[in-house]
Design a binder for this molecule. Sequence first.
Ligand code: ACM
Ligand code: ZN
Length: 715
Amino acid sequence: MQKHLLLSLFLLLSESASAQMVGTMQELSAERQAVATHIVLEGKALSTAGNSDFRRLRDCCPRLETIDLRRSLCREIPSNALFACHRLKALTLSDSVRLIGPRACYACDGLTELVLPPTLEEVGDEAFAACRRLRLLIVQGTPHLGDLSFAGLDSLREIRLSSPTPPPAEATAFWGLRGKGVKLSVPRGSEKAYRTAPGWSLLFEKKVAAQPAALPNLIPVPTSVLPQEGCLNLKELGGVEANPELANEADHALRILSERTNFCPKRGKARLKLQLDTTLNSRTDEAYRLEVTPSGILITGVSPRAVFWGLMTLSQLLETPDAEARCSTLPALIVEDEPRTALRELMVDPARIFIPLKELKPFVVEMARFKFNALHLHLVDDQAWRMEIKTYPLLTELGSHRVGMDDMPLEISGYYTQEEMRDFVAFAARHHVEVIPEIEMPGHEIAAIHCYPQLTCGARKVPIRLTCGVSNELLCPSEEFVYEFLGNVFRELSEVFPSRYVHLGGDEAGNPPLNCWTHCEKCDSLRRKLGITATDGSENWRLQKHLFDRVIDTLRTRHGKTPMFWYETDFREIPEGCVTFAWRHGLTAAAIRAAQENGRKIMLCPGEHCYLDYPAAPGDMPEVNWGMPVTSLEQTYRLDPAWGFGEDFEKHNLMGVAGTLWSECISSPERLYYMAYPRAMALAEAGWSIPANRSWESFRERVRHQMRQHRLRRF
Ligand code: ACM
Ligand code: ZN
């Protein structure tokens, strides 16, 4: 405390441009928020909703290191207030604070000390979870400590408490600190009370005992699960047997067994056997069968990927309520399972806010748990170009840096080298997740145009975009350099991404952006050359078709790729061998009809259900956005991939489901996970499980268990 007093005094006396003392954040200009390193708020009532004082502290002050609220009248630190503020080194709370909301300081991993004032009544779930550098926690009162409120505090050494009565705590308040030797300094005579008190007792335990498997809470729900007599004692399990073509899956099997069970590699007689059986199913190569008997486990699959899905099911079966506990026994059962749809993907957007591959690797592992089989990378947009293209070095030299995303003055830099990406693609392949690259055309290409102005009509120079939204500048379909450029980009991309697919974007390049082709001389002569005489507004759409046809032809004939694009109703025709994405609110039926009429495949990604970057509840992150509708977990779950179009559509046109994580507002890896889960679990089930097995009520129970496991894995 004394240290903080001195610091405040220093701040008061110094005229440092970065130390700011104000009533509320509204009084601080955007420029001063951008450079502020120390902020003292004195306001009588700090705001907690919408673009609140806390949202500004979190999102608009990228250099902020200390927050002092002592002089404020602040009763509540709202949920997500300072979520993943990695740069925050000190937070001094007001003596009037009563409530700290869920995840208020989640992953504030610069904090080393924390004092909870005597007035505090409630510390919400995960409020200080993953504050990995926190060494000292001082609790002056008796607040209730919520579920996982201090979970995953790897560096915590001491908790000092003033109350002889242990503050009421959930059993998991200090999850992860069992056996870590945290010193508890408590008033004399109250040691015993703390030793036995819920939540606090965990700090005195050495090890958690092995537990039997939890009830099957499988997501996505399999086609059939048949319980059998008896169970397998996992101590009897001695190893994994598989032919060489399943070596990768055997490695995963060993990893899962050693992480989740107490199996005895040398002594146990029972085996986990992995086998291929191509006769198991003819409709899909992802079908598997998993059998647990008292004498072993057998996973049979049509392909290595199918066997891997069997292992993902086994891994979920081995979960115990306390994820630290090894699983001791597994009930005998038979699972027979196959996916309803062929492609189940999540899309991430490192263009708006860069996401390092080291953060995306665990994201892929998490996707695979729920049997997603594709990660779609939105590699370029108006705000940045993120993929190394050796022919055009400026794309990453110039196009991968900027400061600012809407009102967040973040410095956002980074790109993927081809070598790093190859390593990532191979990593994802080992988890049977295909990485699909997306290069936008003809819109959402400002970063490339900024680096190579000859890509646009009249070689106009344009700055990289710093806000969300749509730019009125497109690639010029009449400029030969555009085809040379895209040809080289897709050639290099094909050498890095073995995926069968390439996504070409194609969204939001209608009017007004298309007008930029109207007054271009080259576009005018191309329209004449192609015999485009229409003047009803369709003339530029026809030019767009010409651009797409040329690129699609190159991709199909030269690189053997299946092009994909975001469907716009003005496309009318969908070229042969292409896959479209239904994404626009209210236009899914039109997109499906177009796919049917053209005899093409379609991915279901309707904004109403699949835009996971939208808030999941009113007031949830992102609190400030461009008017995103709420997409609740239930709404995502209720996605019908067949959209009521029946069996014929499902058999001939439906390819799969996709969820988007556009990252205009996803400013940290933690926020990526927060937006994705649990809704990605709902989407995974919509894409995999048959309608007869799906039920919102059942999912709601299972997702509770799966979210707990997901949270525990993140610490
Ligand atoms: C999109 O959301 N612009 C596909
Ligand atoms: Zn032009």
